[in-house]
Design a protein around this ligand. Structure first.
Ligand SMILES: [Zn+2]
Length: 462
């Protein structure tokens, strides 16, 4: 089955040459997607056949992917679609389904895209890649790079969850931390240019094309819900989903409307940094694409997202990342407002659940009274911490990873005036007590992060 492919802009339709580099439309700034010259009958057959070869992961959708041949699979894609009756009843939606993307190899939908983008890199002759993005993205790229034996240098923002950072270094990738994702993207682009290395950015075509297999899977099961709820961070997943739906217009009747879910706030909420993106790359594009499909982008409060985590876990057993549960929070809100009819069928995408970060889980427990009560009833001894040491633990819990100098600066900015030497001593003693640990270096400075024991002590002393 030979399928010709070309890059184009999903907004204005302008065609572009596929140079292997992540590029955006010169006219409207939209990320570019891949057009496939495949007749409807081919797509229909592929939808049917894909289910029979699910063990190929994302490659069960080849040749409708932008590579010359199928690549490696780590078991991504074909995540469960669960009918969640107890949850639906609780939220007020009778036919409620979850597509659980936490079942992907690194616990996130991004694996679908990494599989495709790494194959593209290898087909272009790459032995190493440079990638920039949020923690989930670079962690996934590190995983597929490891499987391909490709050296990955990954750039992400400071404060990335410790659990993700550990996974990245375990996978053999070398991380660099920047002040923001934008800075990380700039640095990575410079390095890739200078060294002529394959560059992976959040809008790389391989990533976007891989994400859209999610829609193909739903449709291949004969499921056509009334609404599809999608968390929106930078908007690229929602963009891919809209693109996939438009490809299926002539193949399937009654495609769902897409509701994009954003979380209100400035990004300071624990665990929501993957969703609260200050300058979302594709938001305007997505707003237009979603509107075309009869949907909209709505906002939910962080507090509701955390409560939704508790409802989700206590009615289905699924523990998701906060960002991953935003779609469940949205279903709840829309059902309350009457924007989703009780009789409508809804699929909510749970986009990830891989972090298992103690601080995130603790935040979810706090928002869920039953769980909170159960935890507080445990009788555990609380070690005594000095005010300064306790604050250092809290700062590390909030920021993820830091060196002593940055901790000292942070304390100063809060009016806690200690000498750098004293802070250094505190850090050493916290390390000796096993509450924090060295996780890497930034230049000559040692980076520290909380240990599980550190989280535990912090929790108990509150
Ligand atoms: Zn355009």
């Amino acid at each position: 089955m030979e399928v010709r492919r070309a890059l184009y802009c999903p907004l204005c339709g302008r065609a572009y040459e596929d140079t292997g580099k992540p590029t955006r439309c010169e006219r409207c700034g939209s990320p570019l997607v891949v057009g496939y010259d495949a007749p409807t009958s081919t797509i229909r057959r592929l939808l049917w056949e894909s289910r029979l070869r699910f063990e190929r992961g994302v490659w069960s959708f080849f040749p409708l992917l932008p590579t010359r041949q199928p690549g490696l699979s780590l078991g991504e894609a074909w995540t469960p679609i669960l009918r969640a009756d107890r949850l639906g009843e609780r939220l007020g939606v009778r036919r409620f389904f979850l597509k659980n993307e936490a079942c992907n190899p690194t616990g996130c939908f991004i694996d679908r895209g990494s599989a495709v983008e790494l194959e593209r890199a290898v087909e272009a002759g790459a032995r190493s890649v440079v990638a920039a993005g949020l923690g989930d993205l670079v962690s996934s790229v590190a995983a597929y790079s490891a499987a391909y034996g490709v050296q990955a240098s990954v750039y992400t923002k400071r404060g990335v969850e410790a659990s993700k950072l550990y996974s990245i270094v375990l996978r053999g990738a070398s991380p660099t931390l920047s002040q923001s994702v934008e800075k990380a993207v700039e640095r990575a682009s410079r390095v890739a240019d200078a060294k002529a290395v394959h560059l992976i950015l959040p809008y790389s075509p391989g990533l976007l094309e891989g994400y859209r297999t999610l829609v193909y899977e739903i449709v291949s099961y004969g499921l056509t819900p009334d609404a599809l709820l999608v968390p929106v961070g930078d908007g690229l997943l929602a963009l891919s989903i809209c693109k996939a739906l438009s490809e299926l217009e002539d193949v399937v009747k009654d495609l769902p409307r897409v509701i994009g879910v954003r979380v209100e706030g400035g990004g300071s909420e624990v665990g929501l940094s993957e969703l609260v993106v200050e300058r979302p790359l594709a938001l305007d594009v997505v707003r237009r694409l979603v509107a075309k499909r009869g949907g909209a982008i709505i906002e939910v409060k962080p507090s509701r997202v955390y409560r939704a985590l508790g409802v989700l876990a206590s009615t289905t057993g699924i523990v998701a990342d906060p960002a991953g549960a935003a779609s469940v929070a949205a279903a709840w809100q829309l059902a309350e407002e009457g924007s989703i009819d009780r009789g409508e069928s809804v699929i909510a995408l749970v986009t990830g659940g891989g972090s298992r970060d103690p601080l995130l889980l603790l935040e979810a427990v706090r928002a869920w009274p039953e769980a909170s009560k159960a935890l507080m009833s445990l009788d555990e001894s609380v070690p005594v911490l000095s005010k300064a040491k306790r604050r250092i633990l809290e700062i590390l819990a909030e920021k993820g990873t830091m060196h002593t100098y940055a901790i000292w600066k942070q304390l100063l900015s809060e009016g806690i005036k200690l000498s750098l030497a004293t802070v250094h001593q505190h850090v050493k003693s916290l390390e000796a007590e096993g509450l924090i640990t060295q996780v890497g270096r930034e230049g000559k400075r040692i980076l520290y992060a909380l240990t599980t024991r550190g989280y535990e002590v912090l929790r108990q002393s509150q």
